[in-house]
Each structure stands twice: as structure tokens, then as C-alpha cells.
Design a protein around this ligand. Structure first.
Ligand SMILES: [Fe+2]
Length: 415
């Protein structure tokens, strides 16, 4: 995040005395990326930020991974993984996450929360980008309060202590990187400003507006996700004083949200490739979003995509909004994920190509992740699979997914 922000009370000069009204020094902490060589912020704490009194193992939910072998396209129905919001208490937005897909660069999990706050938590492996499929509330962080709502991406930098406080049950799609997640470099000037051709700008990124100062309680447990020997593990650290004790901070590293409504799709005379829909990037993966928009205006254009073989990537589409009557027959519906792996050509169901001719708009909302290393299925991916999807183009197998022939065409921009 290259954009400077200052919240609360900070001294005029960094690394100088900053005292409370009683004359006690605040404890200055630098949170910085890439070993003092990239973006950072300075935070001023009432308590000692390193003051822990206990450390115990936190047993993570099932982190097992099943290779996509034999290789197949997959359809995963995420809404089958949890009860509908409101039916029961809901899961913890942190501890209740179930892993859908993962590799050594990124893990994708899903959870449906109730309205209870999550545990205090930080991810010491990498940044998190949590897409809010539905719901609202706030994320309380050491930097302050970040409100969230449906269609937000919530970006939380590595090692940011925070907790989720839903005001209504929330469907959360958590993208946990082993790296940082940021706007694509090609959207940025050499000094880091979002350029005119980028589909969003600084006004669309919403950081914390005020700090949180919690008085009183001590022995606060914080869950820390980290790595041991290449494995993802967890530790419960107990802090002497409450971690939300920052009176002020400034810098260019902090959590923020970005809503899909603020993404301005780029359209063209003929079919535009997925990179025009990109929103963020991490190490060895990108995040794109496909939104309602006008489509191709060449008189002979074919609005749905050509078949494409992702030579270098696995392509994960999460279908979160739109008119899915048009996809009747493919099995894809709201809450579905399609997994189109590298080494395999995919595209529309055949009848969708003719059906798309003359279409002027697409009513679709989907979040796509392309990874540059193969993804394995997590336990939730295995549990949510509609196994008949792989055969839906050839139409040789009957079943829930079927082909476009028996269910009508699938008109979708990146099926
Ligand atoms: Fe594709």
C-alpha cells in the first residue's frame, strides 16, 4: 500500500519521545515489509507490544491437500459446506474456515459466520484478502476499525492482529497468501500512484478511520498462523495487555477494503482477455473480477470467450452474482467454484457460442484466482464437489451438471 495515512496521535518526528498526559512514554513499533526495505507504518502503543505470558499450540482445522489427479475440471458447491446463515450460530470467521483449495503459494478457504466476534488473530505467513460474498460488520485491527460489507475485498497485511465482528451472518471467501497482495504493478506509476488506465484509484480504497483503545482486560489470547518446516501451523499467544492499545500510527502499511462497485470494467470491440479484469496480485497468483458490463460491439463479435488452455495456471472462478438462468444445464450456480486446471483447454458449453451472438451486456459477478502452480483440493473442496461437471462439454454423461444441450445454453464471459 503506497499511500500515506495518519490516524490518531503521533509525534512530529519519528523515533522521538511521545508521552501520554501523565508523562509516560508510549512504545513505538515499526511494522515493515521486506526487512526495512518496503512499505511500513509506525504504531504507538500504551503497552509493550512484545509482552507475552504464554504460548501454546493452536490446532488448525484440517489442512490436508488432495492433488487434482487424475486431472479434471472441477465444480465445487461452496453453499453446501455450511448451514444457511441464520440456521444455527454460524462458524468463527477465523477458526471456522474450511480449506477449499491450496498450494504452496496460496490457500483458499470458506466460512459462513454468525454474529459472534472471531478470536483475536494474525496471519504471520502472508497477507489475507477476504472477499465478502455476503454480510457486513467491522474488522477491528491494531490500526483501528475497518467496516466491511457485501462485495468488499478486505485486505489485511501480514502479522496484523485483528478480529472479525460481524453485524450480520457473513459469507467469507478467504484468500491467504504466502506473500503480499497488492494492486498489479502495471497499474502503478514508478512512484506507486494508481495510473489513469487502472480500473480503480486511491479514492476507492478505504483504510481505518479511527484507532481502538481497549482499557482493562489482560491475558488476551491471540491466534497466530505461521509455518514450521514448510507446514502451516498455529500458536496461541497470550498477551499481558490488550493488543488494541494504539493511540496513533502513520505510514503506508495498513488494512483496507475495496468494493466491487468501485471497479470500472474495461470493455472492447472484441472479447477482452482476463488481465483487463485484474484487481490484485500476489506471488504466483492474480485476482480478477468479472462484473456486469457492456460487451463487445464489433458487428461479428462473439461475446463469450474462445476456448483457452491455461498453459501456466489453474483458473478458479467463484460465481457470486448474476443471472444464472443463462447457465442452466452447466450445473454452475451462485456459490459455485469452477476449477479449470493448467494443461486442459476450457471454454463455454457449445450451445452458448451461438446463443451469445448479439448479446450487448453480461449480468455476471465472479471473482477469479489464477495460480501459477497447480492447486490441490482441500478437505472442503473434496466435500463440495459435483463430480459430473467434468463431462458437461461433451454431453456423454447424464447427471446434475449435464450438457448445454439438455439444459439450455450457458452464456458467460469466462466459463
Ligand atoms: Fe477461463
Amino acid at each position: 500500500m503506497p499511500f500515506y495515512r495518519s490516524v490518531g496521535s503521533v509525534p512530529p518526528k519519528r523515533h522521538t519521545q511521545h508521552r501520554d498526559p501523565e508523562g509516560r512514554l508510549y512504545y513505538e513499533e515499526l511494522m515493515g515489509e521486506e526487512g526495512f526495505s518496503s512499505d511500513s507504518s509506525l504504531l504507538y502503543h500504551r503497552g509493550v507490544p512484545s509482552g507475552i505470558v504464554d504460548s501454546q499450540v493452536w490446532e488448525l482445522p484440517d489442512q490436508s491437500r488432495t492433488p487434482n489427479h487424475p486431472l479434471k475440471p472441477r465444480h465445487l458447491k461452496l453453499h453446501t459446506l455450511f448451514p444457511e446463515p441464520g440456521e444455527g450460530e454460524g462458524a468463527c470467521p477465523v477458526e471456522g474456515r474450511r480449506m477449499v483449495l491450496g498450494n504452496n503459494d496460496v490457500r483458499i478457504s470458506y466460512v459462513v459466520s454468525g454474529t459472534d466476534p472471531s478470536s483475536y488473530y494474525r496471519n504471520a505467513i502472508g497477507d489475507e484478502c477476504v472477499y465478502v460474498e455476503a454480510g457486513s460488520g467491522v474488522v477491528e485491527t491494531v490500526f483501528g476499525v475497518v467496516p466491511y460489507r457485501t462485495q468488499d475485498y478486505v485486505l489485511i497485511p501480514r502479522a496484523t492482529t485483528h478480529r472479525w465482528v460481524p453485524s450480520e451472518p457473513s459469507r467469507l471467501y478467504a484468500i491467504e497468501a504466502n506473500s503480499h497482495i497488492a494492486p498489479p504493478k502495471r497499474y502503478l506509476s514508478r512512484f506507486g500512484q494508481l495510473l489513469e488506465h487502472a480500473p480503480y484509484c486511491e479514492r476507492d480504497l478505504h483504510g481505518p478511520g479511527e484507532t481502538i483503545l481497549v482499557e482493562g482486560p489482560r491475558d488476551i489470547e491471540v491466534l497466530v498462523k505461521h509455518r514450521v518446516g514448510g507446514q502451516v501451523v498455529g500458536t496461541r499467544m497470550t498477551y499481558d495487555t490488550h493488543p488494541f492499545d494504539v493511540v496513533g500510527w502513520d505510514g503506508c502499511l495498513y488494512p483496507y477494503t475495496f468494493n466491487l462497485e468501485d471497479y470500472m470494467p474495461i470493455t472492447g470491440k472484441i472479447h477482452q482477455p482476463p488481465p483487463v479484469h485484474q484487481v490484485f496480485e500476489g506471488w504466483n497468483f492474480v485476482i480478477c473480477n468479472f462484473l456486469p458490463r457492456k460487451v463487445d460491439y464489433h458487428p461479428l463479435s462473439i461475446p463469450v470467450p474462445y476456448y483457452h488452455s491455461n498453459v501456466d495456471s489453474d483458473e478458479i472462478m467463484f460465481y457470486v452474482g448474476g443471472d444464472y438462468e443463462a447457465r442452466k444445464g452447466s450445473g454452475i450456480d451462485l456459490g459455485s467454484i469452477s476449477v479449470h486446471p493448467g494443461g486442459y483447454a476450457h471454454g463455454p458449453q457449445p450451445s452458448a457460442i451461438e446463443a451469445s451472438l448479439g448479446v450487448e451486456t453480461f449480468d455476471e459477478t465472479a471473482v477469479m484466482i489464477d495460480t501459477f502452480q497447480p492447486l490441490d483440493l482441500g478437505e472442503a473442496g473434496v466435500a463440495a464437489e459435483d463430480a459430473s461437471y467434468a463431462w458437461s462439454w461433451a454431453g456423454r454423461h447424464s447427471g446434475e451438471s449435464g450438457s448445454g444441450e439438455d439444459g439450455g445454453p450457458a452464456v458467460f464471459s469466462n466459463s
